[in-house]
Design a protein around this ligand. Structure first.
Ligand code: AP5
Length: 256
């Protein structure tokens, strides 16, 4: 058991309150899918907080492995720097391990996974073994032309994954994280040349994943070009199962 002696009363109480609030929440298993810069990383923390889910972002996990210079990180870095996908085996292994975390007991948000049909099939196998099923695939639909400005202006706080934008979501002080006061950084792959190959990977390898889930009746299409709060509302609607009876043959859901 973890040693809690040095954890502050305030932190313990906050966690107790969070667990009490989360106890009544229904389980949910959600995938966020869309091109680089579409807003997956912006919406995930909001969704995690409101639905008490764990947030598994393969990009963040891989960047942590690269920063730690672990054997996995050394392999992943080569593909990531070029904007290519890392191998299916590598990311499937990471997700399989992460799903055992206690924080994933109420369900999960998968952000950036699966990105190939092979990864989607492996995820189906993993969930079948656990006796679980996916509830929804949120498809962040957006034109490529909007993404360059979003990616070029993005700054992140590496420790928390918090994302800012010089124009659309500026921090209170330029270059500084609002919460911790620590420095913000720009990602190495956030430049126009690498974005081009990331988009190519998305259209070639990840678009078929959307069709895969459309055939299963799981996809809700979002207007990801709209403002973040509008996108958040569309997500809440898509995840409100109390009003829409589950229908496996249901066509893709569009918001008007
Ligand atoms: P990953 O880290 O997953 O990157 P990505 O999918 O390219 O997505 P991003 O993080 O760039 O974009 P986002 O949608 O989160 O956008 P954000 O919300 O920040 O992957 C990186 C690499 O890892 C891959 O290239 C690959 O090599 C590897 N990898 C990862 N997973 C893999 C897998 N499963 N298999 C193989 N390889 C894998 O928004 C962007 C900016 O826009 C922000 O500045 C934000 O403030 C702003 N913004 C957000 N929403 C809005 C809005 N509605 N209006 C205006 N501005 C907005």
């Amino acid at each position: 058991m973890a040693n809690l002696e040095d954890v502050s009363n305030e932190a313990l109480m906050t966690e107790m309150m969070r667990r009490m609030r989360c106890a009544s929440k229904p389980e949910k298993r959600v995938i966020l899918i869309g091109p680089p810069g579409c807003g997956k990383g912006t919406q995930s923390p909001i969704l995690k907080e409101s639905h008490c889910l764990c947030h598994l972002a393969t990009g963040d996990m891989l960047r942590a492995a690269v920063a730690a210079q672990s054997p996995l990180g050394v392999i992943a870095k080569q593909a990531m720097d070029k904007g290519e996908l890392v191998s299916d085996d590598l990311v499937v292994g990471i997700i399989e391990e992460a799903l055992h975390r206690p924080s994933c007991n109420k369900g999960f948000i998968l952000d950036g996974f699966p990105r190939t049909v092979v990864q989607a099939q492996k995820l189906d196998e993993m969930l079948a073994k656990r006796g679980e099923k996916l509830d929804k695939v949120l498809n962040f639909k957006i034109a490529d032309s909007i993404l360059e400005e979003r990616i070029a202006g993005r700054w992140i706080h590496p420790a928390s994954g918090r994302s800012y934008h010089t124009k659309f979501a500026p921090p209170k002080t330029p270059g500084i994280d609002d919460i911790t006061g620590e420095k913000l950084i720009q990602r190495k792959d956030d430049n126009v040349a690498v974005l081009k190959s990331r988009l190519e990977s998305f259209h070639k390898q990840t678009s078929p994943v959307i069709s895969y889930y459309e055939r299963k009746g799981l996809v809700a299409n979002l207007h990801a070009e709209k403002k973040p709060d509008v996108v958040s509302k569309e997500i809440e609607k898509a995840l409100d199962f109390s009003k829409s009876p589950v229908n496996a043959k249901q066509k893709s859901l569009w918001f008007s």
